[in-house]
Design a protein around this ligand. Structure first.
Ligand SMILES: [Zn+2]
Length: 528
């Protein structure tokens, strides 16, 4: 298997996954198609921009058996697109036990020439107590181990429909199904075990119920537990097809995700839009201009016969998903995924609540480029935790001033970098030996010497609005200032104080470290 990352931002990445039936550009949404009954055919799905579909191997096995072995899954579903096969584990979740052996399904998946195959797993779902969830994880790991032994064995156990030489050419990418539900220790154990076994693509199972309940925080924790355990392999997320979740899951490092939501929602007359869904009967205007929304009025769509309406609504829903995936990809290229995810967070409080997880998250720091072509936007206190700001403060904590006799702290001005400003030139003229720093509530202390380093010279922050937020909302600034002062033990510290830092130095510990405090006005520099 080959997976090449072309661009990344936060833990999101644009990559290329090579499969036997072509290259899949990620992040990619993989629509679920029923192997027997398809409302929207894989051929149409491809025309709509979906290069891969996922179908159920267990249902194909039950329904087609030898015919599927002979013709292959691509001919059965009528498309030469990339086909991922789920094992049938979800059927366990829906209908209880299923009567098939893991080896039988694995063998079948190879014989029908699946491009991305999942061993028979036992989804933990949501709300399962720890002991029971552990049992499911162990069952899945046992199946996964048996499957990989079968896949790697030289003995021919495959039917005559396929020979080994051919098998090597069309060998599917095997997916390690991570289970454990809302128990992070089990997710971690499951992910690490599958990684060790040699699975190439990791997949997080069971989040459907979590997502149906809009439990985005639990979903994020599940993804982070898995991703942190196996940071470098590509990741799939099962059952994620709500437009609201797409930016979140991509930003946390899910490269592919599948769902039948587009058609399930259509069956319930649910019309997707970028921030959620709405019942068709409550919709007066289409916030979309896809072919469906351009062809009908809301009333006309509602009056179509049920079968036709499901197809049209399904097509529209797919357009919304595709547009969302494209917007996220563009945000990755632009280096604006942080801004995009926060903007999305406004659509639902439970989504915004889940975003706390981005604070100090290693996988997010690792994926964020050290330099971006465009300035980052700093709006609200949470932006002090963006990885670029964290990284900059880390750099400042290692900064060694050439001279520790005198420190001048001067408010950030509109021109970047600070060393190119008139203010800096005037300060240096008066006090050539002083260490001059500017400050920004999101980034902390900015020594003039490194004020051209990203993002010190590449940020745009609100000036008026932020004045309304409280100083206590910026704890990282205080930490950064305290550390800078105590590490460098300046003999003299002169603060040209704007309203923000005036509040900060009310803290007696910080005040004790400052020698002189001047008001920020046009005379400040001549008073130094
Ligand atoms: Zn539309």
């Amino acid at each position: 298997m080959s997976f090449e990352v072309r661009h990344s931002d936060l833990a999101g990445r644009i990559g290329k996954l090579v499969t036997p039936h072509g290259i899949l550009e990620t992040p990619a949404f993989i629509p679920v198609v029923h192997p027997v009954r398809q409302s929207i055919s894989p051929r149409i799905l491809r025309m709509l921009g979906f290069d891969a579909v996922i179908t159920n191997a267990y249902l194909a096995w039950k329904h087609y058996g030898d015919e599927a072995r002979k013709r292959g899954i691509h001919k059965i579903i009528g498309s030469d697109c990339i086909v991922m096969t789920d094992s049938g584990g979800y059927q366990v979740l829906e209908y209880g036990k299923i009567n098939v052996e893991p080896k039988t399904i694995a063998c079948f998946e190879m014989e029908i020439e699946s491009d991305i195959a999942v061993p028979l797993d036992k989804p933990t779902g949501f709300g399962l107590e720890h002991a029971k969830a552990k049992e499911y994880v162990e069952d899945t790991l046992k199946n996964a181990k048996e499957t990989l032994e079968l896949v790697n064995s030289k003995d021919s156990i495959l039917s005559n429909a396929i020979n080994h030489e051919r098998y090597h050419k069309i060998r599917p990418i095997w997916v390690g199904p991570i289970q454990g539900g809302e128990h992070p220790d089990l997710v971690e154990y499951s992910a690490k075990s599958l990684d060790k076994m040699g699975y190439e693509l990791m997949a997080i199972g069971s989040p459907v119920e979590v997502m149906e309940r809009y439990e985005f925080s639990i979903l994020s924790e599940m993804i982070v537990s898995a991703k942190t355990s196996v940071p470098n392999k590509p990741f799939h997320l099962f059952g994620a097809g709500h437009p609201l979740t797409i930016p979140l899951i991509v930003a946390l490092g899910c490269d592919t995700f599948d769902s039948a939501s587009y058609i399930l929602y259509a069956k319930e007359d649910r019309y997707m839009h970028a921030n959620g869904t709405i019942k068709l009967q409550d919709l007066y205007y289409f916030p979309c201009s896809c072919t469906v929304c351009s062809k009908f009025t809301t009333k006309e769509l509602l009056q179509l016969d049920k079968k036709q309406r499901i197809i049209e609504l399904g097509m529209h829903n797919l357009n919304v998903i595709r547009a969302e995936v494209s917007a996220v990809k563009q945000a990755i290229i632009d280096g604006r995924l942080w801004e995009y995810v926060l903007e999305k967070g406004r659509a639902h409080p439970k989504l915004m609540d889940a975003l706390y997880i981005f604070k100090n998250l290693e996988i997010v720091k690792d994926g964020t480029p050290r330099f971006k072509k465009r300035a980052i936007f700093l709006f609200e206190p949470f932006d002090q935790y963006r990885p670029e700001a964290e990284r900059f403060r880390g750099m400042v904590s290692n900064f060694k001033p050439a001279n520790t006799k005198k420190l001048i702290l001067y408010p950030e001005v509109d021109i970047h970098p600070f060393y190119a400003t008139t203010q800096y030139r005037l300060i240096k003229k008066r006090l050539p030996d002083a260490q001059v720093c500017t400050y920004n509530r999101f980034l902390g202390i900015i020594p003039a010497e490194i004020s051209d380093i990203f993002p010190a010279a590449h940020n745009l922050s609100l000036k008026n609005y932020v004045l309304q937020s409280r100083v206590e909302d910026y704890p990282m600034f205080k930490i950064s200032l305290e550390m800078f002062l105590s590490r460098n033990s300046f003999k003299e510290v002169i603060v040209v104080a704007d309203e923000f830092i005036k509040e900060i130095i009310k803290d007696p510990n910080i005040k004790a470290l400052c020698t002189k405090i001047l008001d920020f006005n046009s005379n400040a520099i001549s008073n130094l």
